[in-house]
Design a protein around this ligand. Structure first.
Ligand code: OSB
Ligand code: MG
Length: 368
């Protein structure tokens, strides 16, 4: 596999419904897509950086420049026998994992097509369907949130995750539990609490949550380990896990009992697989997180979620929850049982709609 050129392109896509976390509300997405042009065919991937450096320091503009100036030049012209080899070629750049992941994942897409294999099998997947949950943002009212949960449970989703922050937490969880005493429920704080909130966080224990995701700082492991010792509820780390070393440290310190894996956050499929394997060895279940992806990133999340230690429903849900029209065909659909099946189809199993992408593109650049 030899990369001849890389195209980066930005799309503007309005979300069907706003998505709000403890760090803010998103109404529309700037989507960064990467196409790796290789001898014998193209591969596609999505860079999951957001419009603003709130989830992490990366955002669309840093990813665009880092890919253009450093990462694409590092892989163009290099001869690789496997996509995973690209990670070492890009390792001179510190951080910028979302930018790196877009390039590496595009090469996995190429590799799967060239080997005429399903991507999920190439990644080491063994499950032939994945379990789906939904992540539901902060709403304008409690009733609005309860309505949304009702809709998603009727659609078949197996697990509900709600975003929480101080002022949108205990009362919300209590109302959900009152109405659905036994639904699989978790919450995600996106770093909205501090160790001094311990007595407040203890109150989460009464709601029998599957987990509380990322309660403390985005780059912290140690304070989470102290908090985990105090709580009955399992902590799940998202933002804090950026590489396999972080996962090792978190397991060693007992900072979480569950891990969220996002390829963008950890720099690509190869690092995601390494974290998956490590967690499996230590009996820590993992699940696949989401970053409001279009079908291109979503299809990659589906493939990753077929690895055997993805034992909990992830945040991989249907295209139609986010987009009026997705940029892949078929769109990502979820069965009434809350699953997405995978098939023996070469590549991701989802076709990229290039004409629609062309129409939505606001800028594009090819690096040679
Ligand atoms: O923390 O998991 C998160 C969306 C944007 C940024 C961070 C997160 C999320 C989600 C959405 O929870 C998951 C999805 O794509 O549905
Ligand atoms: Mg999260």
């Amino acid at each position: 596999m030899k990369v001849e050129a890389v195209t980066i392109r930005e799309l503007r896509m309005p979300l069907k419904y706003f998505f709000e976390t403890s760090f803010g509300r998103t109404e529309s997405r700037r989507v960064l897509l990467v196409t790796a042009h290789c001898e014998g065919g193209d591969g596609w991937a999505e860079c999951v950086a957001s419009d603003a450096p709130f989830f992490s320091y990366e955002w669309i503009e840093t990813a665009w420049l880092t890919i253009r100036e450093f990462l694409a030049p590092a892989i163009i012209g290099a001869k690789m026998s496997q996509a995973r080899e690209s990670a070492a070629l890009m390792s001179r750049v510190r951080g910028h994992n979302m930018a790196k992941a877009a390039l590496e994942n595009a090469l996995w897409d190429v590799e799967a097509r060239q080997k005429q294999q399903p991507l999920w099998k190439l990644l080491g997947g063994t499950l032939n369907e994945i379990a789906c949950g939904v992540s539901i943002g902060i709403q304008d009212s409690h009733d609005q949130l309860l309505d949304k949960i009702d809709t998603e449970l009727h659609a078949g989703y197996q697990r509900i995750k709600v975003k929480v922050k101080p002022g949108w937490d205990l009362e919300v969880l209590s109302k959900i539990r009152e109405r659905w005493p036994s639904v699989m429920l978790s919450c995600d704080a996106n770093s909205a609490y501090r160790p001094s909130d311990l007595e407040h966080l203890r109150k989460f224990d009464e709601f029998r949550l599957l987990m509380i995701e990322q309660p403390l700082w985005d780059d912290d492991i140690y304070q989470h380990s102290r908090l985990q010792r105090e709580l009955k509820t399992s902590i799940c780390l998202d933002e804090s896990i950026r590489q396999v070393r972080d996962a090792e440290e978190a397991i060693d310190l007992g900072a979480c009992r569950i891990m969220n894996i996002k390829t963008g956050r950890v720099g690509g499929f190869s690092e995601a697989i390494a974290i998956h394997d490590l967690c499996q060895k230590h009996g820590i279940p993992v699940w696949c997180g989401g970053m409001l992806e279009t079908g291109i990133g979503r299809a990659h999340n589906v493939a990753l979620s077929t690895l055997p230690n993805f034992r909990l429903p992830g945040d991989v849900s249907a295209s139609k929850r986010y987009w009026a029209e997705d940029i892949v065909a078929p769109e990502i659909e979820v069965s009434p049982q809350g699953t997405i099946p995978v098939h023996d189809i070469t590549g991701t199993g989802y076709e990229v709609k290039t004409e629609l992408i062309q129409k939505l593109t606001v800028r594009a650049e090819t690096i040679r």
